[in-house]
Design a binder for this molecule. Structure first.
Ligand code: ADP
Length: 462
């Protein structure tokens, strides 16, 4: 602002000074012409010069045809000629040659303007005026400009201060909220701002806080899961390890007969098997979790073939509990997935049904399908699962009756593995329990046309 004002002031001053000078020269010229007319009609130029000077408020000097001063209002500066040869100043000569003459000279430290005009009989009238006439108004103008400049500066500074305050307020509020976020408060309270850059910034910060909050919650949950997991594994290991230790000590120290030794060795074997089952289950879980979805094969799988295989594999176990294992899956239905995984899933569910179902009861594999989906069910007629347990049954290490499950060799990982496997194939698992338990697996259906002759061939073969 200061620089701009300064430049404007200089320009104004210059142009005003030039205007004033031009105007003064013009006026002097007009006055000189008037004076010329007057001088031509007089015989006493010196007297006329004095009177004229009073009228036009300027110095008046009259030169004759020999360039000698014949009339003057300032005898000190331009004395009357004493008859000797005279020399005329340039403006007088110009007046004779060009009809008018202008000049500017410093006289006694004063800038003086001269204007000369020819009159009759070879006379020339010259008017002179000091620049001080102009300096007065110019000085006034400079003062006014300076005052205006100071006033504008003060006003400008005030406005700038106000504007910066207006800008600073939302920024300060945002900085405060941002520091709250930094201190762990993820529900910042940003002021209501218009949809300008500040408003957008506040929105972004607020969204950032929300994302941070969610992420931290997720990390917190993960950490909790990890701690639970370590605690669960430790807990699961403690019992069989203690049992193995006890059995081993008894075998080493005790004086046991052959039959007692055999009993303890069987116990050792059972607990070692439990540890083995746990380790296997954990390895399998971590393997499934580590495998990217895209690596899971997605091909047509004939459900009947898989169900038949499972029934064959598990029939001995079912027989041991006097249970009937029934395959009610019709041939000709295919899902989109991986055969090995589907077989593992069904095996696991059938094994559970045999383990927890009714002795001498029945386990049934059935299917229900529409255009898009194939729903496979594994049902038993056992005591079922209480409703409170149903939502948590697929969690790792979740067992309803830990004692009974352990007796049957379970580590509580089977259903967690099953759920992972089903989901890795894009399927969905659910459980209902009324008059026995029924697990339902829903998979995307493979269209009959793309099942291809190969799978149909297999169907026939089975
Ligand atoms: P486990 O290794 O204990 O069998 P799972 O994850 O396979 O672990 O099963 C979790 C729990 O769900 C079991 O401990 C059992 O109590 C219950 N469960 C699973 N299947 C059945 C079923 N068909 N009938 C009744 N209870 C079942």
């Amino acid at each position: 602002m200061l620089v701009a004002f300064f430049l404007v002031a200089i320009l104004l001053e210059r142009s005003l000074a030039a205007d004033l000078e031009a105007e003064r020269d013009q006026r002097l010229l007009e006055q000189a012409r008037g004076a010329g007319d007057w001088v031509s009609s007089t015989r006493h130029p010196n007297r006329v010069a004095g009177r004229l000077a009073q009228v036009v408020q300027s110095e008046v000097v009259i030169f004759d045809r020999d360039n000698c001063v014949v009339g003057t209002s300032v005898p000190d500066a331009d004395p009357l000629s004493d008859g000797g040869p005279c020399t005329a100043p340039s403006e007088v000569l110009d007046a004779r040659s060009f009809g008018r003459g202008l000049a500017e000279r410093v006289r006694a430290g004063d800038r003086t303007h001269y204007v000369a005009i020819p009159s009759s009989d070879g006379l020339v009238v010259r008017l002179a005026r000091s620049s001080r006439d102009i300096e007065g108004p110019l000085g006034d103008m400079r003062l006014r400009l300076a005052i205006a400049m100071v006033a504008a500066l003060v006003l400008g500074l005030g406005l700038a201060l106000l504007a910066s305050r207006l800008v600073a307020r939302p920024l300060r509020a945002m900085a405060l909220e941002a520091s709250r976020i930094a201190q762990g408060d993820y529900a910042p309270n940003f002021p209501e701002l218009p949809r300008d850059e500040f408003g957008q910034l506040a929105e972004v910060l607020s969204a950032l806080a929300k994302t941070l909050k969610t992420d931290l919650e997720r990390i917190g949950k993960l950490e909790l899961t990890r701690r639970d997991f370590v605690a669960n594994v430790t807990h699961e290991l403690r019992t069989p390890v203690a049992a193995i230790q006890g059995c081993a000590e008894t075998l080493i120290n005790g004086t046991l007969d052959r039959e007692q030794q055999l009993h303890f060795m069987q116990l050792l074997h059972k607990h070692a098997q439990r540890i083995h089952a746990l380790v296997e289950g954990l390895l399998q879980l971590s393997k499934i979790e580590a495998e990217p979805r895209s690596d899971v094969p997605h091909e047509p799988v004939e459900v009947f073939v898989v169900a038949a295989n499972v029934v064959e594999t598990m029939s001995a176990k079912a027989g041991a509990r006097g249970m009937k294992l029934e395959n009610a899956v019709p041939p000709g239905l295919s899902i989109h997935g991986d055969e090995t995984r589907l077989e593992q899933v069904l095996e696991n569910l059938v094994e559970n049904a045999i383990k927890y179902g009714r002795e001498n009861g029945a386990v049934r594999l059935a299917v229900d399908a529409d255009d898009k989906r194939v729903v496979l069910t594994v049902s038993d007629d056992g005591p079922g699962i209480e409703a409170v347990h149903l939502p948590r049954i697929f969690e790792r290490f979740y067992r309803i009756d830990a004692g009974r499950s352990r007796d049957r060799g379970g580590a509580g990982l089977g259903l967690a593995i099953v759920k992972h496997l089903v989901e890795s194939m894009g399927g969905d698992i659910s459980v209902t329990s009324e008059n026995g338990t029924s697990f339902a697996l829903a998979f995307p259906r493979e269209p009959a046309s793309s099942a291809g002759p190969a799978s149909r061939g297999r169907k026939v073969a089975s």
